[in-house]
Design a protein around this ligand. Structure first.
Ligand code: ATP
Length: 254
């Protein structure tokens, strides 16, 4: 998605390249969004867009409000101010950073995925049909008979991504999805996100601290530190001096 006249605010506080929210194909847009906990605002004045067929990354230091923003977009946390608008009938899947999962649960991967899909365990045949192909791509097909508690961190992460995809979302919200995934797994994961975007037309909004991943995977980046301080294509937002300036000028208040 091209920037609107490469516009920059020019203010000392932020460099924000605006996008055309009037473009068809947007999945989600927020205007002046704020949310938080108790009396504290975790973020405020957030206006952003996610379009179909693009990967958008949300970056920023610890405590910047990234997870809170994703929770707000997923509808788990109500906004205090502003609006979240979704395309009519939009199917959204949210993969939280830390899923409360009892690792001792005596449940196999196939059973877990079937439950998430909402099919009866007996009707759902994971080993045949079109689901098998995407499970193969995710490296989950050979894990189906394993118990959740036996999986490594990276294997569990792949299963969780599969569960987020089970309902065929159009918009995927991923909070630190590559955490605990090894280098080989990370490459496969990048390829998967690209396939989801290019082949299936998904819009993907992901939170990540991995600036290398963010640089080569993203179509668009929002830099958040309690408010959006910069946005634009990776080569623009991730310019070293700009990032350094952003982190220094806006240190986390805590
Ligand atoms: P990180 O990169 O460390 O995951 P983040 O950018 O995702 O950080 P958030 O987790 O959204 O940041 O936190 C933003 C602020 O809200 C922080 O000051 C944090 O302490 C606070 N916060 C987060 N979750 C809660 C909660 N459940 N109750 C109260 N305050 C919270």
């Amino acid at each position: 998605m091209e920037p609107e006249e490469g516009e920059e605010t020019g203010s000392e506080r932020a460099t924000v390249t605006m996008r055309r929210s009037s473009d068809p194909g947007w999945l989600l847009q927020t205007r002046g969004l704020a949310a938080g906990y108790g009396d504290e605002a975790a973020f405020e004045d957030v206006s952003l867009e996610v379009f179909g067929r693009e990967i958008v990354s949300l970056i920023g230091p610890n405590g910047a409000g990234k997870t809170t923003l994703l929770r707000c977009l997923a509808g788990i946390l109500p906004p205090r101010e502003g609006s979240v608008e979704k395309a009519p009938g939009l199917r959204v899947s949210y993969l939280p950073q830390k899923l409360a999962l009892d690792r001792l649960l005596p449940v196999t991967v196939a059973e877990f995925l079937s439950l998430r899909l909402g099919h009866s365990l007996f009707r759902c045949d994971w080993k045949g049909g079109e689901q098998a192909e995407s499970l193969e791509e995710l490296g989950v097909l050979n894990l189906l008979d394993r118990r959740l508690g036996e999986l490594s961190g990276g294997e569990l992460q792949r299963v969780l991504v599969a569960s987020a995809l089970a309902k065929r979302p159009q918009l995927l919200l991923l909070d630190e999805p590559a955490t605990g995934v090894d280098l080989l797994g990370a490459a496969a994961f990048d390829a998967l996100l690209h396939r989801l975007r290019d082949r299936d037309g998904l819009g993907i909004l992901l939170v990540s601290h991995d600036l290398h991943l963010v640089h080569h995977i993203s179509d668009w980046i929002y830099f958040l530190n309690r408010r959006i301080l910069a946005s634009g294509p990776p080569k623009e937002v991730l310019r070293e001096e700009r990032l350094a300036a952003a982190y220094q000028r806006f240190p986390h208040p805590g």
